[in-house]
Design a protein around this ligand. Sequence first.
Ligand SMILES: Cc1ncc(COP(=O)(O)O)c(C=O)c1O
Length: 473
Amino acid sequence: MIDISHQQKQFEVIPTLVRPTLVEALKSRVRTAAAVAATESDQLPQVQTLGVAEMLEARLNSFDPASDDAEAECAFYVADLGEVYRQHLRWKALLPRIEPFFAMKCNPDPMVLRLLASLGTGFDCASKNEIQSILDLGVDPTRIIYANPCKQNAFVKYAHTNNVRMMTFDNAEELHKIKRFHPNAQLVLRILTDDSKSLCKLGLKFGAPLDTVEGLLATARELDLDVIGVSFHVGSGCFDAQAFGEAVIRARRVFDQAIEYGYEFKFLDVGGGFPSAHVKEGITFEKVALILGQTVERLFGPEVRVIAEPGRYYVGSAFTLATQVIARRTIQSVTATAAASEDKDGNRGEDEEEVKHMYYINDGMYGSFNCIMFDHQICEPKVLFRDGEFSYDAHYMQDMQQEQGGLASVWGPTCDSIDCITSKTRLPLLESGDWMYFENMGAYTITAASQFNGFKRSEVLYTTTEKEVTYHF
Ligand SMILES: Cc1ncc(COP(=O)(O)O)c(C=O)c1O
């Protein structure tokens, strides 16, 4: 077990509730949702010690049908901090040499940040606000890398004032900016790598092509800047473990080139792109760790410090979203049927089965499901509550889905027709007031959610399925 005795003092100890009081606690939580969810306040939300299913059930049971509280039946997340903890242990076991700097852009949830700060990870920050929220947790500035190659002047000044020295760059103009506002920064050259095997191709925007590296090193030398090493990002949602190995080989080349310019690099940042825990086949963390770990070991001596910027890896599987069915439309006319079963490009196979029901739920594309658009995700609804019964992880649902419901589409709550979560799925017949849930909703969801049409971001309830986590708050 990790020694956290030195860190515990920084954080308030949160009492965990025992089961019989949970429904009461959640009831009062519903009434004061806004206040309790106020993460900036000194009061931290409570962390329960229940399974995800129990949390979901308790929350549904806590609703008072007689209440006219409009907030009461909003969509909500259950975050299992135990899952974040397990991912951390897995990282430590499989990539012991590589220090994780959590890419908080992926999910800046305050409890996740606190837990990871307490576990001793570093943080990859992309802006002044992100840096500030980590410093506010009492994290030392040396545990932050400002990993945005194109930074606002004022943000560079802020990093300088607050002793955040590590930052990335990939162009000459940025070097001049840094010389002006943060001349003693420790610079990390972000190079371009092959991101063609990734869902999100970050190379379209960032990364110095290898034929520009020498020019950049020459400029840095002229400006007398301290370049300490190399970073890369194989792209988020990478589906080829080899991409990590090939990127490390490229980085080695740049280490060698740097010597000519008087730089002896001692720092390698292997970026993000690591798969989250739910991935069971294809690219698994085990495969990535094997290739990455071996390549780093082969090409870099122990004098080189190696860090990574995992985002999705830590949080993807830790968040489950529950949404209520707020309306159902049964398709009557052929025209409506046709429209409802069209895919996003308006295509519709002639002999395909038609969508029978359109379900509208209380979180959507402009909220948590922005991951469909921005992160290329496919979100699969499962039934959580139907016919007055809780049905989390119910295998019998499979048959029922075939028999009773038929094809359905699922839509978010806004007035925009782009707000579609899935245009074709199989669900049993559901009514308004029933619930669906979506697993693996921790990465690039809540962080980019808007309040378009006046719909609030879904709040987060916390639990941990690992007891050790409670010592970290
Ligand atoms: C610079 C940087 N580092 C790390 C990450 C995290 O990537 P992932 O969530 O795929 O691990 C991102 C994601 O966009 C990024 O831009």
